[in-house]
Design a protein around this ligand. Structure first.
Ligand SMILES: Cc1ncc(COP(=O)(O)O)c(C=O)c1O
Length: 417
């Protein structure tokens, strides 16, 4: 099959790729050869309600008849975008100024531009830099590529270097060392603050699912105010009920100046993301030279509103069955000499392997055995993640973990570790 179907060699030659054609029973994917896979990545951490949500599809169809498309780039909004914004304003009462984008990368790119422009409007034009955490990923555009700790610009031979600095996250025994990480952040803020516009940071790291705590977030807010630096919180992965809270910021009471969301916003049925600022930022702007053809697309907004309604109802189940319950129990029972640590946050799960063991092998073997897990960050990886759809039965959750266990066991018997 031609590579041009979708030029993509991220994980190896195209012969390894499956072409997914349809689905069965919410979360079983079927490829063009009739093979079945349990969708244990929920699409791309997007579709925790699975593929079959009739009421979301109906809402999208109804919106097709009402108004299939009108942009928000002229002197116009569309009425369904207002409804969506009301929901987001309730979720984020401090970040009520919403700018919609089609993807998480563009939401983060917009956040950075709002931050740098804010400081100019505030009389501090030199504040243009961005601090970001080690191992972070915030998206794929050139600008975001230089404010994430991933070699994606270098790989493309791009010389885009945005002013900024990488801050190390300190680890102790597979947990973030909160005090030391705060010290590193303060050091950066203190010595670079005259040209730093913002820090961009995940609520939970996408690779490995390491998390901070409320003490960290309170102190980060304190340091950001002390050194005049904005906080951009990236909730692209952690939003929309995946952690057992509608947003991870609710769990830790995170106070950010700008919050970005995306991925699960429309259960993956439409590309939709958003950048939400507090009024302190937007009231400085009298106009905005920044717009996108597909901001707040009506079909995506219809999917988002219905998706949010359902997720709100399902939160108690996510807490009971995924954040605790069977998901946590089975994850903690995974045993292998290759595994160093495991973390669970709601439907999200992640493990770190010993450094000699490349978890890409598990990803490849998973496809062969009908489960989907993801090994991020380059051809060699020690971080494996999954994102379970909440439609899985207990037997299917068990099937996932039994398969994962059998993969690790088979490597063990082959390699003799
Ligand atoms: C934490 C985080 N932020 C931003 C993005 C970028 O989102 P998108 O791929 O929709 O541009 C991702 C994508 O995986 C992500 O994990």
């Amino acid at each position: 099959m031609s590579e041009l179907v979708h030029f993509c060699k991220v994980n190896g030659p195209s012969s390894m790729y499956r072409t997914i054609h349809t689905y069965e029973k919410d979360h079983w994917l079927i490829d063009t050869k009739g093979n079945k896979y349990l969708d244990t990545m929920s699409g791309c951490r997007t579709s925790i309600l699975g593929q079959g949500v009739k009421s979301i599809k109906d809402a999208m169809k109804a919106q097709m008849d009402e108004l299939p498309y009108y942009p928000t780039v002229f002197h116009s909004y569309n009425s369904i975008a207002h409804k969506g914004t009301e929901i987001l304003n309730q979720e984020f009462p401090d970040n009520t100024e919403v700018f919609y984008t089609p993807t998480g990368s563009l939401a983060n790119e917009s956040a950075i531009k709002f931050a740098t422009k804010y400081w100019e409007l505030n009389g501090e034009k030199s504040k243009k830099g961005i601090c970001y955490m080690s191992k972070s990923y915030h998206g794929t555009t050139g600008l975001i590529g230089s404010t994430s700790d991933q070699p994606i610009n270098k790989f493309m031979n791009l010389d885009i270097i945005f002013p900024g600095s990488k801050i190390d996250t300190s680890f102790d025994n597979e947990k973030i060392n909160i005090e030391e990480t705060l010290e590193y952040i303060e050091h950066d803020f203190k010595y670079d603050n005259f040209n730093m516009a913002a820090i961009i940071i995940d609520a939970i790291s996408t690779s490995g699912l390491y998390s901070y705590n409320s003490y960290f977030w309170t102190n980060l807010r304190y340091l950001a105010d002390k050194y005049n630096i904005l906080i951009i919180l990236d909730e692209v992965v952690t939003g929309f009920a995946k952690t057992g809270h509608m947003f991870a910021s609710h769990k830790w009471n995170i106070k950010a100046d700008i919050v970005t969301i995306g991925k699960g916003m429309a259960n993956g049925y439409f590309p939709l993301a958003a950048t939400m600022c507090n009024k302190k930022i937007t009231e400085k702007f009298d106009w905005l030279l920044h717009g996108m053809t597909f901001s707040s697309h009506p079909i995506g907004m219809a999917a988002f509103i219905e998706n949010h309604r359902i997720l709100d109802l399902k939160l108690p189940i996510i807490k009971k069955r995924f954040d605790k319950g069977i998901h946590k129990e089975l994850a903690e029972n995974l045993k292998s000499n290759y595994i160093k640590s495991i973390r669970i946050h709601g439907v999200l799960g992640g493990l770190t392997s010993i450094k000699e063991f490349n978890v890409r092998l598990v990803e490849e073997e998973g496809w062969k055995r009908g489960i989907i897990v993801y090994a991020g960050g380059g051809p060699k990886s020690t971080k494996l993640t999954w994102c379970l759809p909440i439609t899985l039965s207990d037997e299917e959750i068990k099937l996932f973990f039994d398969t994962l266990q059998s993969i690790f066991d088979d490597f063990k018997s082959k390699e003799g570790i």
